[in-house]
Design a protein around this ligand. Sequence first.
Ligand code: HEC
Length: 146
Amino acid sequence: MRALPLILATAVAVPSIALSQGAVSAAGRTVWSGVYSAAQVERGTAAYAQHCASCHGDSLAGGDQAPPLAGGTFLANWNGQDAGALFTRIKTTMPLDNPGSLGGATVAAIEAMILARNGFPAGQADLPPDAAAQTAIAITPTRPAG
Ligand code: HEC
């Protein structure tokens, strides 16, 4: 019977580990989780061409003044932030020559297109068109393990 305390301890510990991992993965959505749809990217590509490409370039490489919206520098700037912060940045400060002019659905579509061009995968559902609904989506440049 000397093994019994150990078995009991294991029986108690395992479910609590499983529970905390469940909580982490529920709260741990990232840009790798398939957070936008392919159809949304199509809408975003058209809106980007109309509202953003003149400064940030057709390929998101940036321009004379405007920084790139794809690649290492962009991802380094946003590493550790969440998608809601990127949404708010675009919605409130861009296009630089007419900030605040775009509706939430248009901003979310452009954001989806930016995520796609940075190599993050598409999913089934649209990226939601408001910042609060996006705060649970972490921007992590490298795919999380597992
Ligand atoms: C008139 C030129 C212009 C237009 C049009 C424009 N931008 Fe910008 N954008 C800039 C400049 C300049 C900066 C850097 C200075 C600043 O942030 O104000 C910038 C910065 C940004 C940043 C921050 C980049 C980073 O690495 O943190 C994002 C994101 C962004 N723009 C997205 C957009 C999107 C999306 C659109 C279209 C809806 C857009 N911009 C339209 C000029 C522009």
